[in-house]
Write a protein that binds this ligand. Structure first.
Ligand SMILES: [Zn+2]
Length: 127
């Protein structure tokens, strides 16, 4: 895999009430008040990644020292199209999905949300 110098390998986390306007590199900001988290894309492109926290979006696990985010972060709308997991503050790079897989993922998300909000699905989402 091609790597860039500014690629983030380990994030630190900050619990905040408001996500700041300017994000620091390598920091994931988590607002439990507004149920959202934000960080700069870990590939180093500088794009801001906003991950809403909800039963149908992302979930955050804080183990007292580190945070993990599920499911993976797929920045398909960015030029970099980076895809990674944040697990215990570490960035684990995932393969880029081909277009077909991205579309499948979107279709799955849509299906899941519809099922979730219609109350016909009680299980946790597939990660
Ligand atoms: Zn990027």
């Amino acid at each position: 895999m091609k790597t860039t110098k500014r690629q983030t390998k380990v994030l630190s986390h900050k619990f905040v009430e408001f996500i700041p306007d300017v994000l620091e590199d390598g920091v994931i900001y988590i607002s439990t008040t507004y149920a959202t988290a934000s960080h700069k894309c870990c590939c180093g492109c500088g794009k801001e990644v906003v991950t809403p926290i909800s039963p149908t979006d992302w979930q955050i696990v804080f183990d007292g020292e580190t945070v993990s985010l599920f499911p993976s972060i797929g920045n398909w709308n960015f030029a970099c199209r980076s895809h990674y997991w944040i697990t215990k503050n570490k960035v684990e790079w995932a393969p880029r999905w081909p277009k077909r897989r991205i579309e499948d993922g979107r279709a799955y998300d849509k299906w899941f949300k519809e099922k979730y909000f219609s109350g016909t699905l009680k299980k946790d989402r597939m990660v």
